[in-house]
Design a protein around this ligand. Structure first.
Ligand code: GDD
Ligand code: MN
Length: 357
């Protein structure tokens, strides 16, 4: 078992961390290999690791990198240097109590390729979080679970504390070294056959400060969008094209009937079929599990609530808030679009092509 610990300015936490790691009883696995991947911390974390490891029976490797290369990249380097068959990733600040490591290992020994120490399953939780931090964490988790099918099957896809089998890593397509969320990358790019979640309590930081800032949050949103293959943008593009198709079909159908109440329906149905086809072939081409007929019916079902919300929002803004007509329509369209997207994402195209139903 190797434990990979990315560090940046954590020197004060190192002695306690090493002490607690060395008092773990790892049973037949023997002693732990511990890898510190440090970005040449100004507080000399790398030096603290070298100095304090001599008092333990751990196999400690310290990697001192130059230039701040980031958390995910440090973990990926850790994967390269580690020799264990099971690789645990954790923070250095004792927010991830080392005492859970044997539990992660025993879940892995039961055959799980990826074991997540999870805050959001029964028995798990967080300690001393502000309302803001809770909201950010929950919001970020929700975002991942909406946009990424792989994140939907786990409760805590944002965990920074997890164990991965080396054999799983050899099957991944290239992992992105940017950002904070390496676990999401692994979930999406390595397709683990079996994932387990072990509850744990995320503790308060022992010493020092978090490196998670506003920039990290912004980068995270871009990261999730990228992992999704920019799906919401594809969806919006199709929607815009669908509008053009709607207008064209309504105009062209004058050859069939002069009545707008009929031509309008032709336009709506033509654009619905047009959007559906493009979503099948492009937006959700990897999600065509099950029957196409069911999806076609479900997509029609998604149009009704979308139009209803669009109408309610526009009316409310116009009559209750006194907004100008054009603004009311625009916001109505935006909210209607979100409803349509959510239903499509979560209801219509919610299983992978090779998964069957
Ligand atoms: N080498 C290296 N380079 N290490 C880094 C860097 C960096 O640029 N930035 C942070 N680290 C190290 C920290 O020293 C710490 O050991 C660990 O990565 C996590 O950083 P924190 O600053 O403690 O992050 P956090 O506690 O706010 O966020 C943690 O919890 C999140 C869940 O809410 C992380 O574990 C996240 O991955 C996790 O999603
Ligand atoms: Mn931390």
């Amino acid at each position: 078992m190797s434990v990979i610990i990315p560090t940046y300015n954590e020197s004060e936490n190192i002695p306690v961390l090493l002490k607690r790691l060395s008092s773990l009883n790892m049973g037949s696995t023997g002693s732990l290999e511990v890898l510190f991947i440090d970005d040449n911390s100004p507080d000399l974390t790398w030096e603290a690791a070298i100095r304090h490891c001599v008092n333990t029976d751990l196999n400690v490797i310290v990697v001192r990198r130059f230039g701040r290369r980031g958390l995910s990249s440090a973990i990926i380097d850790g994967f390269m240097f580690a020799k264990g068959e099971y690789l645990t990733v954790m923070d250095a600040d004792l927010q991830h109590p080392p005492e859970y490591i044997p539990r992660l290992l025993s879940a892995a020994l039961k055959g799980h390729e990826l074991v997540i120490a999870s805050r959001y399953v029964a028995g798990g939780g967080t300690e001393g979080w502000s309302l803001l931090r809770t909201l950010i964490s929950r919001g970020a988790t929700l975002l991942a679970r909406i946009m990424l099918l792989e994140a939907r099957s786990v409760r805590d896809p944002m965990s920074g504390f997890f164990l991965v089998k080396r054999t799983l890593l050899s099957r991944c397509s290239k992992l992105n070294p940017l950002g904070f969320k390496i676990l999401l990358e692994i979930l999406v790019k390595c397709s683990p056959a079996s994932v387990a979640e072990v509850p744990y309590i995320f503790r308060q930081r022992l010493k020092g400060r978090s490196k998670l800032g506003l920039k990290t949050i912004f980068e995270y949103v871009v990261h999730v969008l990228k992992l999704s293959g920019w799906r919401p943008f594809k969806f919006a593009t199709v929607g815009a094209l669908g509008y053009v198709v709607n207008v064209l079909a309504t105009t062209i159908s004058t050859i069939l009937t002069p009545h707008f109440y009929l031509r309008n329906l032709v336009g709506i149905e033509t654009s619905t079929l047009f959007n559906f086809t493009l979503h099948e072939l492009w937006t959700f081409k990897d999600r065509r599990g099950g029957s196409v007929l069911k999806r076609l019916v479900a997509f029609h079902g998604a149009v009704v609530p979308a139009i209803t919300t669009q109408y309610i929002i526009a009316q409310a803004l116009y009559y209750l808030a006194g907004a100008p007509e054009a603004v009311s329509i625009l916001l109505g369209v935006i909210v209607g679009f979100i409803v349509n997207y959510l239903i499509s994402e979560l209801g219509v195209w919610s299983s992978r092509r090779d998964e069957g139903v």
